[in-house]
Design a binder for this molecule. Structure first.
Ligand code: NI
Length: 400
């Protein structure tokens, strides 16, 4: 077994300590001062060059190998928690009311810190740079883009990137690695529609334009964007998640407000969707004699794993955990991730490390108040990071 993998395994207790420390202090969104300070301090103590406040609240650390300058490999971790009241009853549960690490980002940080420690202890044989990118706001409004805009992928320029997610999305046995080349996670857009009609008496519809009635037709008709306007071979989903209209049982609504999400796995398809939507919205509201406002908010892009890099990564993973614990996933998920922004700029891979077991009570869904993960898999995440970084910098693959 490689000495790096062994070092990751030996770091397991430290990974658990970091994870639990971070689990106690969950912070939400773009501003996470305690979390960023904690991470920056560990990285500084390891002798890395640390830059804080990147893109607002992100942390970037650079480890320069001593075996000559070379390419730069990045490891990304997300730092934010969720506005959820924790109900796990764990001894290291959240000390912040109404906030919880219910998506395992505490684990992601700990595993990336572990990689920083193992690689810094091996910097004499590291032929290049490793950059650690700790970002806020993955759960929204998005921390990757502001960090990229603040040049987190420059100086030194990142040549390849890797990141992971713990949890149960594909229901694989704990400790199994799941990965897929090409599109693996969906673009996540949001839309809002306001229908403006003319309110009036519930008994006299002929004197009104019923916004509620028009909006109800839109809910159904918008489904034809996917079923009748896009190729059946291109996965997409359009969900109206909110519908607000009306004030009383006997009043015809003057306005109606709809809000929803659109997901798809191709940027080309994605660009077409708002036009199809607007044509339907315009036609139906005009037919009802009403007006509309339509806004389409572009969210995270489609997450696309570089095929060459992913094949290389899958090979490394087979050697780290054994072939039987590496699954090349057949199907993507319609969930989204802002890791997608880095992968638009730089080849790399985002992968899943399964961490659900019935016995340990870690099979609750992501974002559930009882969410937890199997801590025993953490050394695997660190081992995958360090082994992939070292081999890639040593020239094992020339992707990108
Ligand atoms: Ni997450």
């Amino acid at each position: 077994m490689s000495s790096l993998i062994d070092a990751a395994r030996k770091l397991q207790d430290q990974l658990v300590t970091w994870r639990r420390d971070l689990h106690r202090i969950p912070e939400v969104g773009l501003e996470l001062p305690k979390t960023a300070r904690y991470v920056a301090e560990v990285l500084r103590n390891l002798g890395l060059e640390v830059r804080e406040g990147v893109g607002g609240h992100g942390v970037v650390a650079v480890l320069r190998g001593r075996k000559g300058p070379g390419r730069t490999f990045a490891i990304r971790a997300d730092m934010d928690a969720l506005p959820v009241q924790e109900e796990t009853g764990l001894p290291f549960a959240s000390q912040h009311p109404g906030r919880m690490h219910a998506c395992a980002h505490d684990g992601h940080m700990a595993m990336a810190l572990g990689a920083a420690q193992v690689l810094s202890e091996n910097r004499h044989r590291l032929p290049g740079c490793v950059k650690f990118i700790f970002q806020p706001a993955e759960e929204g409004p998005g921390g990757a883009k502001p960090m990229i805009d603040d040049r987190c992928l420059e100086e030194p320029r990142v040549d390849a990137i890797i990141g992971l997610h713990l949890g149960n999305i594909w229901d694989l046995p704990s400790g199994t690695v799941g990965v897929k080349a090409g599109p693996m996670m969906a673009a996540t857009d949001r839309f809002e529609i306001t229908v403006r009609g003319k309110g009036g008496h519930g008994a006299m519809p002929h004197n009104t334009q019923d916004a509620l009635c028009i909006a109800a037709q839109l809910v159904g008709a918008l489904q034809t964007v996917v079923s009748r306007n896009l190729s059946p071979l291109a996965p997409a989903v359009l969900t109206v998640g909110r519908f607000h209209a009306g004030t009383a049982f006997n009043i015809i609504a003057e306005t109606a407000h709809l809000e929803g999400t659109v997901r798809c796995l191709s940027e080309e398809i994605r660009q077409q969707i708002p036009q199809h939507m607007e044509r339907i919205i315009r036609g139906i509201t005009q037919a009802g004699g009403a007006q509309y406002e339509f806004s389409y908010h572009w969210g995270y892009p489609v997450l696309v794993n570089d095929p060459d890099f992913t094949a290389f990564f899958a090979q490394v993973a087979r050697e780290v955990v054994g072939s039987e614990r590496v699954r090349e996933l057949d199907v993507p998920t319609m969930g989204g991730e802002d890791m997608a922004y880095y992968l638009q700029q730089v080849p790399g891979t985002f992968f899943f490390l399964a961490s659900g077991t019935e016995e340990k009570g870690t099979k609750y869904p992501h974002h559930n108040p009882r969410f937890d993960f199997d801590e025993e898999v953490m050394w695997i995440g660190t081992a995958l990071f360090v082994e992939t970084a070292m081999r890639w910098l040593s020239g094992a693959v020339r992707s990108g």
